[in-house]
Ligand binder design. Sequence first.
Ligand code: UDP
Length: 247
Amino acid sequence: MSEQKKPLIDEEGLRTDGRKIDEFRPITITLGYLRHADGSVLYQQGKCKIIAAVFGPSEVHPKHIELPDRAILRVRYHMAPFSVEERKSPAPSRREIELSMVIRNSLEPVIMTELFPRTVIDIFIEVLQADGGTRVAGLTAATLALADAGIPMRGLVAGCATGKVEGKVVVDLNDIEDKEGEADMPVAYIPTLNKISLLQMDGIMTRDEFKEALSMGINSCMKIYQMQVSALKSKYGQVEAQAKEEE
Ligand code: UDP
């Protein structure tokens, strides 16, 4: 007798990890996680574990690629070989090269690159453990590492995926939902500019489902944004208080 497959959403409307359809995974933000980077974070969203590190603005090598009016943004999204079920080659894949570009394009509207002409800002996103939604989690983490490095920005970028699983619009798909669901739609939003900076879709949704997914995605991004702000306030609030004490 063939084994019955476990549903992705049960009769009570709960998902494989016990979440409701509009609930994202628990998030933990550890700012300044690395000693040698100018800014860094360990970002955990459920089972996803991602480190983002920022260096710069620094001198450009080779010199001829520098830009006279702004800083170059260099982004590397990389998955560690042990981050996925089947060992991944450490060499950058086409997917990683594309995601590095997608993340760079999503960060560009907020970073005040015009303040640092002829320099480069390097952003490294290292996925230590993947469980779906790593591009948006990586983007959220990169934004935090940039803020931690003191790079001036017009706002923060917060990302969260939405999609469709067993006919229902859900938020923050995990790996199994991403692979077995009907659609996956990563969304990133910049609350201070009221702009969407990333919107991709893999799969099929109706127009109404798309609208619902987008509004659910923006809603989650807003909540993640509040978490970014509160993590930054709690670290830099302490630094400020310490500086005042020393005065
Ligand atoms: N994945 C994998 N091996 C790879 C790339 C991806 O196992 O080389 C898994 C991983 O869990 C990832 C998921 O597939 O999170 C979904 O990948 P996708 O390209 O949709 O990006 P993501 O949802 O992580 O942004």
